[in-house]
Design a binder for this molecule. Structure first.
Ligand SMILES: Cc1ncc(COP(=O)(O)O)c(C=O)c1O
Length: 353
């Protein structure tokens, strides 16, 4: 290790930067994006000025969109930044802990380690549809757990968590732990988590993003929805002026009623594709299980995950090989693309069966 790296904090020395495959020549069916670019003009003027300290216009519009008050919204650079901010605000390095349930979005683990928090992992019950193991979560809970992170629908398993289990954990957390509900894929499940949770439970913070259903992964915008007290704490850890005017303008355009109506029909098409493509994938001899999905991707258990992703890649399609972990051996995640892309992928997989 070089002396420069040895100066870094231990979590940074021993961790590694987030990696994801990028091959521009391949169709992107690996990152849970929407396949269509927005068809409105995203270019504002006035970029010589700093934006406001925090994007007030967008905060107000997102509040309206998610059904909460502006004081209950913190706009973030993707919901990934929301996870980072919550860790930095609530977890004292080398003393506090967070708990989440793998398999899950890997940033739940990474931002915790980076902050120096102890990260407790209580696996989902793979043999029971990747559901929450409520008794095991309660048993693993200790006084230093400041964040409990739950994700519904979950990535990479695609399923919704049982609302009764979430409620039981939220009630168990009262007065000791902030519960983070990641709703990155909620729109594909016909859900709008936010207002109900935070009205009844001031210790719940809901994460939303425009990267998935709104088709704006390139903009880097998400939101934390929570009580005013948590939002005020978020402002203390966020950098001022960090949200660009270009991004604010683009998301405001996306949230105009006429553009939202088009987005709604695109979400409906993805849901139709989810049912159609899942049925076709299940017919392939190399596919052992197609897990039910409430998202814009499907998880598959296949005979050989490496062989499956290589065949897709050779045919021009990038898929996500899921690292082997208990219950998830030999699994691949397929993002639903446009119908013609999905047909192309199915044809490639059929030809190599
Ligand atoms: C469950 C979940 N949460 C959060 C994110 C982060 O999304 P973004 O930072 O683009 O808002 C992702 C991205 O794939 C995800 O799958």
């Amino acid at each position: 290790m070089s002396w420069i790296t040895s100066l870094a904090r231990e979590a940074v020395q021993t961790g590694r930067a987030y990696r994801a495959p990028t091959t521009p020549s391949l169709a992107r069916l690996h990152a849970n994006e929407l396949p269509w670019a927005p068809d409105y003009n995203p270019a504002p003027g006035g970029l010589n000025w700093y934006p406001l300290l925090y994007p007030d216009a967008l905060t107000g519009r997102m509040a309206q969109h998610y059904g909460v008050r502006p004081e209950q919204v913190s706009v973030t650079r993707g919901s990934s930044e929301g996870i980072d901010c919550l860790y930095r605000a609530f977890c004292e390095a080398n003393s506090d802990a967070a708990l989440f349930c793998p398999p899950a979005f890997e940033m739940f683990r990474w931002y915790g380690r980076l902050q120096g928090a102890r990260v407790i992992e209580v696996p989902l019950r793979a043999e029971h549809g990747f559901s929450l193991d409520v008794p095991a979560i309660k048993a693993a809970w200790s006084d230093d757990v400041k964040l409990l992170i739950l994700c519904s629908p979950n990535n990479p398993t695609g399923n919704l968590m049982d609302p009764g289990s979430i409620l039981e954990l939220v009630e168990h957390a009262r007065k000791r732990t902030v519960v983070v509900l990641d709703g990155a894929y909620a729109e594909f499940a016909g859900q709008n988590p936010g207002a109900d949770w935070i009205a009844r439970h001031p210790h719940v913070a809901v994460l939303r993003t425009v990267s998935k259903a709104l088709g704006l992964a390139g903009v880097r915008c998400g939101a934390i929805l929570a009580c005013e007290e948590i939002i005020e704490l978020m402002r203390r850890v966020q950098s001022p002026y960090s949200f660009s005017a270009l991004c604010e303008h683009t998301v405001l355009e996306a949230l105009k009623p006429e553009n939202l109506a088009r987005t709604q029909s695109r979400i409906a098409r993805i849901i139709e594709e989810r049912e159609r493509v899942s049925a076709r994938l299940a017919e392939l001899p190399q596919v052992q299980t197609v897990y039910p999905s409430q998202t814009n991707f499907v998880l598959l258990k296949v005979a050989s995950a490496d062989g499956f992703t290589a065949a897709a890649r050779n045919g021009g399609y990038l898929l996500r090989r899921i690292p082997d972990e208990p219950g998830l051996e030999s699994c691949v995640r397929v993002t639903l693309g446009a119908p013609e892309q999905n047909d192309g992928l199915l044809a490639v997989l059929k030809a190599t069966a």
